[in-house]
Design a protein around this ligand. Structure first.
Ligand SMILES: C[S@@+](CC[C@H](N)C(=O)[O-])C[C@H]1O[C@@H](n2cnc3c(N)ncnc32)[C@H](O)[C@@H]1O
Length: 484
């Protein structure tokens, strides 16, 4: 089937938006209508359970059938639901929708997006396919700081979801993509949401050369080493191309040129861990001296697991074996031991001397933790000013958990654990002195003063206490337990 042209739908998008609103189209309403297992059914092409839940003929059920399930409905049902005929094409005895719609709810912000129908079971994704919300989209949305800013850029906007989420906290949003169909879908989504987006087509930073932004977000095509296609790029939305993690490296190197001083960029990336090299050093080397950087490594996959996961994701056709072998050869030729996935954050500095922190964060994190990005850089600034000279404050969501064993004398505490209730949800053991010190960190007294009291009560010198405590406090600051 010919892929839909989203630009042809723009003119009647406001009419469709009115129909959606009138029918009560929203993320919670669709969840209630379709049930909590709808996503899994759709991914597996199991429509029967969803058809059963949408057989009542209400406008919301008709809209869900057309735009979520992707099945035909009768022309009269589509008219009752208020769907403009430009949004429909004949299908058997009825009409069907050429595109899919989703309502995305993230941290209290709800937006409507449009995208290509997902592949039917057994078909591979098209090279210029525009996808809806995926796991990576959610990862970037979660990592995006939502502090109000002036100008935001969403680079590699796809269906436009990050750009639309950014509208709620930006005065202006520019969205760019190399795929003209993605730019079309983003214009369509802007019309469906009744908001303005400045949508441009072009390669990486080229469409915004010479402009400055307060915030840049990007979920670029970061998948490494996929074989085949024009110049090594088979799926525009996914494949980083022939020079592997070079695309993410070039992006990190170029981003400072479009950031205002103090401006932030957050992007997703994959990078290689090559035999005999330090993977952390590789990604660290991408950041120039004019930025501070933070690398949040979420996963480290062996090449065979990486390749299998991505081949499954695109539903490769019959040639799974061939693609698998060729892809693994690409890694073997480059002596790749593992592929890292993570979030990279940059803050533009006034002068040189930028530093890069690398954290492995395998634990489950909060669904929205973007406020940790500015907090991380603020913590680094405070450490630069002096760890003992700062009046640190324990973050409000930190709790101390005690694990106790029953003994003849009653409960005996064996271990104490600090846990964050939000953000990256770090947790870690702490001894009784550490717990006492942290209890005193209320933002009113400098660490040096607290340490003097602690040293006296422990009967040790202040220098000795500082030697033990300062590295621990530094780590607690880096992990966000203590804030300036
Ligand atoms: C993984 S998708 C992200 C879509 C969306 N931003 C999200 O978060 O769901 C990557 C997007 O980057 C676009 N893209 C690929 N290569 C690009 C390039 N060289 N310059 C700009 N955009 C590019 C693709 O067309 C695709 O829309």
């Amino acid at each position: 089937m010919i892929p839909p042209d989203p630009d042809l739908l723009c003119a009647d998008a406001p009419r469709l938006a009115d129909a959606l609103t009138a029918a009560g189209w929203s993320a919670p309403a669709l969840d209630e209508l379709l049930g909590g297992t709808a996503r899994g059914h759709l991914d597996r092409g199991e429509l029967a359970p969803l058809l059963r839940r949408t057989g009542g003929g209400s406008p919301l059920e008709t809209l869900a059938r057309l735009f979520v399930l992707g099945v035909p409905v009768s022309l009269s049902a589509s008219r009752r639901a208020g769907v403009p005929e430009t949004w429909l094409r004949p299908d058997g005895y009825g009409v069907a929708a050429p595109v899919r719609l989703e309502s995305v709810l993230h941290d209290g912000i709800e937006v409507r997006i449009a995208h290509d129908p997902s592949r039917a079971a057994g078909d591979a994704a098209q090279p210029d396919q525009v996808l809806g919300l995926g796991a990576a989209s959610r990862t970037l949305a979660a990592a995006t700081p939502r502090t109000p800013v002036g100008r935001t850029l969403d680079l590699g906007t796809g269906c436009g979801v990050q750009a639309l989420l950014a509208v709620s906290h930006s005065s202006t949003v520019v969205a760019t993509d190399v795929n003209p169909r993605a730019a079309g879908y983003t214009r369509l989504a802007a019309a469906l949401n009744g908001v303005h987006l400045d949508v441009r087509t072009g390669d990486l930073l080229e469409p915004v050369a010479g402009e400055l932004f307060d915030l840049v977000v990007s979920n670029p095509p970061f998948v490494l080493g996929a074989p085949g296609g024009d110049g090594g790029v088979r799926h525009t939305y996914r494949d980083a191309g022939p020079d592997g993690d070079g695309l993410c490296r070039r992006l990190v190197a170029g981003l400072p040129s479009v950031l205002v001083e103090g401006g932030t960029a957050v992007l997703l990336a994959n990078w290689l861990h090559v035999e005999g090299e330090d993977g952390d050093d590789r990604v660290r080397s991408w950041f120039g001296p004019d930025v501070d950087g933070w690398v949040v490594q979420r996963e480290l996959a062996a090449p065979q697991d990486y390749v299998t996961a991505w081949l499954r994701d695109t539903g490769e056709p019959a040639g799974f074996e061939q693609a698998y072998g060729g892809w693994l050869d690409w890694f073997a030729e480059r002596r790749v031991e593992a592929v890292a996935f993570g979030i990279l954050a940059l803050r533009k500095r006034r002068d040189g001397g930028g530093r890069v922190g690398v954290d492995e964060v395998p634990q489950q994190v909060a669904p929205a933790w973007g406020e940790q990005v500015p907090a991380f850089f603020a913590g680094q600034d405070a450490l630069d000013r002096g760890v003992l000279a700062t009046a640190w404050r324990l973050r409000d969501d930190v709790r101390l958990h005690s694990v106790a064993e029953r003994t003849e004398q009653g409960w005996q505490v064996q271990a104490q654990l600090l846990r964050q209730g939000s953000g990256l949800r770090w947790s870690g053991g702490v001894d009784v002195y550490g717990a006492t010190l942290l209890a005193g960190c209320d933002g009113t007294r400098r660490l040096g003063e607290l340490l003097a009291v602690l040293a006296a009560s422990a009967g040790i010198g202040e220098d000795e206490a500082a030697e033990q405590v300062v590295p621990v406090v530094q780590r607690l600051v880096e992990q966000g337990f203590l804030i300036p």
